[in-house]
Write a protein that binds this ligand. Structure first.
Ligand code: SAM
Length: 291
């Protein structure tokens, strides 16, 4: 069996031997903790019939663990300097492939066809670069990729916002976007000490179980998200006032209040108290009204 990449000693040795210097701008914080790696991998519920897409393999700490359990592992890394290191660290194997590229620019539907034709399901498993967490997750969700789970290490506050329920101050448009497509579950909170270099923020592992159907059925998905965005535009304002700011050119305040009543939503409520079902009802009513 090939040696673990993720022990602090071996990580430092690899980095030094290759003269690698961390780029903060690429969110490079590498994992050096076996226990956390195991928690991430087991949350993804992989087996030999499943595939894993890793975003940002770094020097391969997680990639190596994924390769032990999944039938296929494809890892996308933006930093050219890491490609030869990954080639050295990962045992040559037809079921593990490293692609040099920016995940935000790749055609992921095409990549899925090329890489995961043989497996019965695919999960994204990653210790994400924090500077692009939300764009990456939104890209995965909005492109309706055939995913089972997204298991990611992210900034703790972002994980809490994704998993938040209506009523609290963490609940916002990110919670709604994520929960529309997935069922979120916080796996664990992670201390800074499991990374080199250590990030300045707290981290957490979250599992997003991708739903087979969105959480609410709406007439027009894009419009639903437009209504959500508008409703949260100014958090201390009521839903009626936020909708008025967004739609005032088309509709008077009184009519907007009627639509809220029709959706069974008291107009003085704030957006953070509305459930996904309520946003769904509201957006269908506003759409029908021609807004
Ligand atoms: N998986 C490794 C680990 O856990 O030790 C490294 C995780 S590190 C937090 C994030 C990795 O993502 C870095 O290797 C970085 O170069 C890579 N990365 C940053 N932006 C990226 C992008 N847009 N596309 C693909 N990889 C990216």
């Amino acid at each position: 069996k090939i040696e673990d990449v993720s022990t602090p000693r071996r990580t430092k040795e690899i980095i030094q031997r290759h003269g690698f210097s961390f780029k903060k701008s690429l969110g490079q914080n590498f994992l050096i903790d076996q226990n956390i790696l195991s928690k991430i991998v087991s949350a993804a519920q992989l087996d030999q019939t499943k595939g894993a897409l890793e975003i940002g393999p770094g020097i391969g700490a997680l990639t190596q663990k994924l390769a032990e359990v999944a039938g296929k592992v494809t890892a996308v890394e933006i930093d050219q300097r890491l490609i030869p290191i990954l080639g050295e660290v990962l045992e040559p194997s037809p079921h593990v492939q490293v692609i040099h590229g920016d995940v935000l620019k790749l055609d992921l539907a095409e990549l899925f066809k090329e890489q995961f034709g043989e497996v019965s399901g695919v999960s994204v498993v990653a210790n994400l670069p924090y500077y692009v967490t939300t764009p990456i997750i939104m890209k995965l969700l909005e492109e309706h990729l055939p995913l089972e789970n997204i298991v990611v290490m992210i900034q703790k506050e972002v994980a809490e916002r994704m998993a938040a329920s209506p009523g609290g101050k963490e609940f916002g448009s990110l919670s709604i976007a994520v929960q529309y497509y997935c069922e979120p579950e916080l796996v664990c909170v992670v201390p800074h000490t499991v990374f080199i270099p250590q990030p300045n923020v707290d981290s957490a592992v979250i599992r997003l179980k991708v739903r087979t159907q969105p959480a609410v059925q709406v007439e027009d998905e894009a419009f639903f998200f437009e209504v959500v965005q508008a409703s949260f535009a100014q958090r201390r304002k009521t839903i009626a006032n936020n909708l008025k700011s967004r739609f005032f050119a088309k509709e008077g305040r009184e009519r907007l209040e009627q639509y809220l009543t029709e959706a069974d939503i008291v107009s003085t409520r704030r957006a953070e108290t509305l459930s996904l079902e309520e946003f769904g009802r509201l957006s269908d009513i506003l759409l029908k009204a021609g807004l």
